[in-house]
Structure formats: C-alpha cells, structure tokens
Design a protein around this ligand. Structure first.
Ligand SMILES: NC(=O)c1ccc[n+]([C@@H]2O[C@H](COP(=O)([O-])OP(=O)(O)OC[C@H]3O[C@@H](n4cnc5c(N)ncnc54)[C@H](O)[C@@H]3O)[C@@H](O)[C@H]2O)c1
Length: 144
C-alpha cells in the first residue's frame, strides 16, 4: 500500500496554523479537530514547520503556563520530515520509528498534498493483515 491510497481514504485536507498563532490558540485547534499536530504556514504558503502536542508540552515544561502565549514559530519543528504519494506504508513506518515522529506531511514538488499519522499507518497495516487472514482462511477451507 502506498501513501496516495491512504489519502484517497482520508482526503487531502490539512489543518494548518499561522506562525504567529499562540500555542494556546493551537491547542484549541487540535482539540476542535481531534488531531495531534498542525502544519505551520502562511495562508497558501509553503509549509514552514510542524507543531505537535509534544511541542506544546515542551513549551509548558520550559516556561510554565506563560509558555502557552508563545507563538508557533518559536515552538515548531522547522526541519520537516516529509513523504511523497508514492512512498510505501512500510517506508513510512521506518521513518516514523527511526525518527520518532508521528506525523508526516505529504509533499510533492513543494506542494502540500495531505498528512499521514501513525494511526493511519497502523490502521492500514491492520486492514492488510486482516485481508491476508481472510485469503489464507479461504485457501485452507478450499483445500478441505
Ligand atoms: N481508525 C482510523 O481510521 C484511525 C486513523 C488514524 C488515527 N486513529 C486514531 O486516532 C487517535 C490518534 O491518532 P494519531 O496519534 O495517529 O494522530 P492524530 O490524532 O493526529 O490523527 C488522527 C487523524 O487525523 C489526521 N490528522 C492529523 N493531523 C492532521 C492535520 N493537521 N490535518 C488533517 N488531518 C490530520 C490523521 O491523518 C489521522 O487520520 C488514535 O486513537 C488512533 O487509533 C484512527
């Protein structure tokens, strides 16, 4: 299975925030959309970074509650690890495990096409495994 198949299922929409938005405002955005990370960019601009729940926890650990007033630009990860629509789900698992990240924006030729989370990858592997079990069961039954 490749990334474009996952996007076909979940869509291309990406929740984004501007670099000047506060961590407090972004916390509300994460809760509203029931997600763990936003891509940081200017409207219609290229991705500048990613800001996850972990970045918010780090800011609170370092600065206490006032950390929530800091802007996204000061808490986000700028070195974006990305994937492409043609990458396999196994490749994503390797990147996520080795780099300890849970979200990979899907980017092709500088264009943001979607986002894939570790939950999307796990769901895909579970679907794959249960399809395989079904096939094996049919095979065994046919031979009886
Ligand atoms: N059953 C499913 O289809 C499915 C898929 C993914 C996650 N989940 C569940 O959601 C929970 C949390 O998942 P998670 O830790 O992988 O991450 P998450 O909460 O950030 O992601 C949840 C879903 O939102 C999407 N998403 C995340 N950030 C987004 C953004 N900025 N813009 C657009 N979409 C975005 C993800 O791709 C994923 O489909 C877990 O309990 C997981 O099992 C379920």
């Amino acid at each position: 299975v490749i990334v474009s198949a996952i996007l076909k299922g979940k869509g291309n929409a990406v929740v984004t925030a501007r670099p000047t938005e506060s961590l407090q405002a972004i916390s509300k955005l994460l809760v509203k959309h029931r997600i763990g990370a936003v891509i940081v960019c200017e409207p219609a601009g290229p991705p500048l970074g990613i800001l996850s729940e972990r970045d918010i926890v780090n800011a609170v650990a370092a600065f206490g509650a006032p950390g929530l007033d800091r802007p996204a630009s000061e808490a986000m990860t700028r070195d974006l690890l990305t994937c492409e629509p043609g990458n396999s789900v196994d490749e994503l698992m390797t990147i996520m495990t080795n780099s300890r990240v849970r979200h990979l924006p899907v980017v092709e030729q500088g264009q943001l096409l979607g986002i894939v989370s570790i939950g999307d990858v796990v769901k895909c592997k579970l679907d794959e495994a249960s399809a395989e079990v079904g096939l094996l069961r049919d095979y065994v039954m046919a031979g009886r």
